[in-house]
Design a protein around this ligand. Structure first.
Ligand code: ADP
Length: 445
C-alpha cells in the first residue's frame, strides 16, 4: 500500500479523499493556493504545502509545483480528484516518470477515453450506440455544414476537450452554423486550451443517465448501476439520483453491459463514468466518458454501499477491487449547494459565510470544506457543499431532502438551497417525470 498520498485538489473533494485515506491509515499531504490556506482540506491533512497564488494556472494546474510538493514530502501517490489535472494524460505520465503513482487510469486510457471525439470512435467500434455525428473532430465550417446536412438539423457543436457544459452550441439551421462554429471554438480554446470541435445530432429533451464503472488489473470489470443527472441548468448538473426514475430494468442492464464493453476494449483501470443520453423511447446513446471520480459519486456509494475512493486507491496500488457490485438498496439524491444566487441568474456569490449550520440525522450526508467565518474565494468553481440523502424509496428520499434543506442554514452568501426547495415542491419532479429540459420549463428563476 502507498506510504503517503498527496491530494492534487482543493475543496470538498480534497477533504473527501483525505477522509478515506485516514480510514485506510494512509498519511496525506494537502496542497493549497494562497487563498485556500484556511480551507478544511488543509486543516485535516497530515501535512500541507502551499503551491502558489490563487489563479489555478499558477497553483492547482502547475505540474512542477505539485510534483515538488510530492517529492519534498515523500508522497508515493497522487490523487487528482476531479477537474484540474484529473484528466490530464501528460500529468499522469510525468507522475509515472517521477515514480509517483497517479491514482487513475493509464495515460493511454485517458487519451483514448478522455477525448470525446476519440471515445465515441472507441465505443462505436465495439458496437455501443453513439449519438450520430462526425466521426472525429471537424476541421472547418464547410466540413461541419456537410456533416450537419447529412445527419439533419438540429445539431450540436461540442468541444472535444469539453467539460462543464462549455464550448457547446445548438444549431437549428445552416444559416447559424458559421457563427456557432466561431463562438464554440473560441470558448473551447479559452476554457480548455484546445479549440477542437466535433458535431452531433441534437437529441431533443433527452435524459442524462450515466454508469459508474470500476476496473482492476485482476480481470474485474464491474459496473455499479446508474445515476440520473437530468436536472441540469445550461448543461450543468444540479441534482443527481439513483436509481433513475425513468429507465426500465432492461435498459439499465443493457447500458451497464454497453459501458463494460467500452472499458474492456481499452483495458481500463480504476474508476470511471460512462455517460449516455436516453431519448423518450428509451434509446440510449453514448456521449462521453469521464476517466476520474465524479462530483456525484456519493449517490452510488449510498445505494450500493461502497467507498469508491477506497476502491480507486486499492486498484492503483495493484490490489483487487474490494467491493463487488451488490443489488441497489433504497434511493439516493444529491443536491449541489453552490455559492450562487438563483434569483440573479445563478451569479456566483463568493464572500464570507457569516453563519453555517449543516443538517444531520439518519440518511443525510454532507460533503463540504466550509464552515462559519470561512471566506469563499472568487477564483474557483462555486460548489461549496453536497447534500446527499438516502431513503428507503424515492418518495422517502424526497421527504428527507425537504426536512434536511429546512435545517440547512447559510448566512452571508447566496446559495442554490432555495432553488432545490422549489424543485422538491414540483409535482413533475416528485413523480419522477423530467428530462434535461425540466428547469427551463418548470422552475422560474
Ligand atoms: P460536458 O462534458 O461539458 O458536461 P457532455 O457531453 O457531458 O458535456 O454533455 C453535457 C450535457 O449537455 C448533457 O447531459 C446533455 O444535457 C447536453 N447534451 C450533450 N450532448 C447533447 C446532444 N447531442 N443532444 C442534446 N443534448 C446534449
Amino acid at each position: 500500500m502507498f506510504k503517503k498520498i498527496l491530494i492534487a485538489n482543493r475543496g470538498e473533494i480534497a477533504l473527501r479523499i483525505i477522509r478515506t485515506c485516514k480510514e485506510l491509515g494512509i498519511p496525506t499531504v494537502a496542497v493549497y493556493s494562497e487563498v485556500d490556506r484556511d480551507s478544511l482540506h488543509v486543516v485535516f491533512a497530515d501535512e500541507a504545502v502551499c503551491i502558489g497564488p490563487a489563479p489555478s494556472n499558477q497553483s492547482y494546474l502547475k505540474i512542477p509545483n505539485i510534483l515538488s510538493a510530492a517529492l519534498i514530502t515523500g508522497a508515493d501517490a497522487i490523487h487528482p480528484g476531479y477537474g484540474f489535472l484529473a484528466e490530464n494524460a501528460e500529468f499522469s505520465e510525468i507522475c509515472a516518470e517521477s515514480n509517483i503513482k497517479f491514482i487513475g487510469p493509464s495515460p493511454d486510457s485517458i487519451r483514448k477515453m478522455g477525448d470525446k471525439a476519440f471515445a465515441k470512435e472507441t465505443m462505436k467500434k465495439v458496437g455501443v450506440p453513439v449519438v450520430p455525428g462526425s466521426d472525429s473532430v471537424i476541421n472547418d465550417v464547410d466540413e461541419a455544414k456537410k456533416i450537419a446536412a447529412e445527419i439533419g438539423y438540429p445539431v450540436m457543436l461540442k468541444a472535444s476537450a469539453g467539460g462543464g457544459g462549455k464550448g457547446m452550441r445548438i444549431v437549428w439551421e445552416e444559416s447559424e452554423i458559421e457563427k456557432a462554429f466561431q463562438t464554440a471554438g473560441n470558448e473551447a480554446g479559452a476554457a480548455f486550451s484546445n479549440p477542437a470541435l466535433y458535431l452531433e445530432k441534437y437529441i431533443e429533451n433527452p435524459h442524462h443517465v450515466e454508469i459508474q464503472v470500476l476496473c482492476d488489473q485482476h480481470g474485474n470489470f464491474f459496473h455499479y448501476g446508474e445515476r440520473d443527472c437530468s436536472i441540469q441548468r445550461r448543461h450543468q448538473k444540479l441534482i443527481e439520483e439513483s436509481p433513475s426514475p425513468f429507465i426500465t430494468e432492461e435498459v439499465r442492464q443493457k447500458m451497464g453491459e454497453a459501458a463494460l464493453l467500452g472499458v474492456r476494449s481499452v483495458n481500463y483501470e480504476g474508476a470511471g463514468t460512462v455517460e449516455f443520453l436516453v431519448d423518450k423511447y428509451q434509446n440510449f446513446y453514448f456521449i462521453e466518458m469521464n476517466t476520474r471520480i465524479q462530483v456525484e459519486h456519493p449517490v452510488t456509494e449510498m445505494v450500493r454501499n461502497l467507498d469508491l475512493i477506497k476502491n480507486q486507491i486499492l486498484v492503483a496500488a495493484g490490489l483487487p477491487i474490494a467491493d463487488k457490485p451488490r443489488e441497489p438498496r433504497g434511493h439516493a439524491i444529491e443536491f449541489r449547494i453552490n455559492a450562487e444566487d438563483p434569483e440573479k441568474n445563478f451569479r456566483p456569490s463568493p464572500g464570507k459565510i457569516e453563519y453555517l449550520h449543516f443538517p444531520g440525522g439518519f440518511g443525510v450526508r454532507i460533503d463540504s470544506h466550509v464552515y462559519t467565518d470561512y471566506v469563499i474565494p472568487p477564483n474557483y468553481d462555486s460548489l461549496i457543499a453536497k447534500m446527499i440523502v438516502w431513503g428507503t424509496d424515492r418518495i422517502h428520499a424526497i421527504r428527507r431532502a425537504k426536512r434536511a434543506l429546512e435545517e440547512f442554514k447559510i448566512e452571508g452568501i447566496k446559495t442554490t438551497i432555495p432553488f432545490h426547495q422549489k424543485v422538491l415542491e414540483n409535482e413533475k419532479f416528485i413523480e419522477g417525470d423530467f428530462d434535461t429540459s425540466f428547469i427551463d420549463k418548470n422552475i422560474n428563476n
